[in-house]
Design a protein around this ligand. Sequence first.
Ligand SMILES: Cc1cc2nc3c(=O)[nH]c(=O)nc-3n(C[C@H](O)[C@H](O)[C@H](O)COP(=O)(O)O)c2cc1C
Length: 366
Amino acid sequence: MDVNGKHKRSKAMWKHNRITAKLGIEVPIIQAPMAGGHTTPQLIAAVSNSGGLGSLGAGYLSAEQITRTIAAIRELTDRPFAVNLFLPEPYALEESQLRAAHHLLAPARRTLGLTEPRPVTSYAEPFEEQFAAVLEAGVPVFSCTFGTPTPDMMTRLRQAGSVVIGTATSVREAVALEQCGVDLIVGQGSEAGGHRGTFLHRAEDALIGTMALIPQLADACSLPIIAAGGIMDGRGIAAALLLGAEAVQIGTAFLTSLESGTHSAYKQALLKASADQTTLTRAFSGKAARGLQNDFIRTLAPHESVLPPYPVQNALTRDIRQAAAQQNNPHYMSLWAGQGVGLSQHAPAAELMRTWIEQVSALLDK
Ligand SMILES: Cc1cc2nc3c(=O)[nH]c(=O)nc-3n(C[C@H](O)[C@H](O)[C@H](O)COP(=O)(O)O)c2cc1C
């Protein structure tokens, strides 16, 4: 074997592992699924066409929207991509919680000029219909959060030929996912933007940072681990790989990409934000999530314990979030963001990918 050949082979070592092989991708970088219109077909295709894995956050989409969006993605790429759903969770709702929520949300509605709360006909899209649309489309990768897929779901996903990714925020959750037969596990550290995937603990008890979580998951699981939370560039990617992850899942850093569907006022807020501005809140959805602090979160903070659970609170605040978006008022929008937000860059997704790949190569291909 000649010296140059040997050198070349050792150079791209970080790109070749169990995850890139399983997913059929070139670089172990996954663009996080982000429900709420951020993950456009253009963003997903840009990441997949750059050698990573683009993901559609389909949690809030109807079955018909899922079918249409997957077709649009397939127009733009023939590479693998993922579709992500929120697994449904049982919840108990008391009439008094609904009354309290309407009372607490009234000032926000008045500020935005909304007279009456919009009648809510269902709190979430029917999961079975969403799941059937994903199966019908035969997606390369299915990812999920908020629990473990049921045995029936696993059987149907296997029949559809999809690789299955679950989300854990603790070792106990990762072990539960491994036992139910998923292929890969996202370890979501507490730095992460958006909702906590926690399902076996109170969210407050599973706020384990990425640096502590990933090596413990890598030791406890035989499945490969995908690190998520606070990763914004090549330094974070290289660090996650050194901690024992075999891929990273990046959310916040893609929100300010050119192709993301993120509202322009939200993008501006991210580009100006610093790490000390994020907080965990249940105010918007009833479930703990990390985002930029604003008036809505501050006002509801003392009352979080009386708010209805997810997905009820999420449905109740929808008209507020939509009116805020129409009025370019970031103080009533859910500005989900991770603690790495201060490193956000406004650039095309392919350029972000290219830069990060070069950075990781410079750090690891020594
Ligand atoms: C705006 C936003 C929406 C998100 N929506 C989802 C989602 O629909 N499904 C999911 O599994 N994770 C979702 N997440 C969490 C990401 O998958 C991931 O864990 C997180 O973005 C990683 O942390 P980072 O934002 O610091 O990169 C979301 C994150 C953000 C910022």
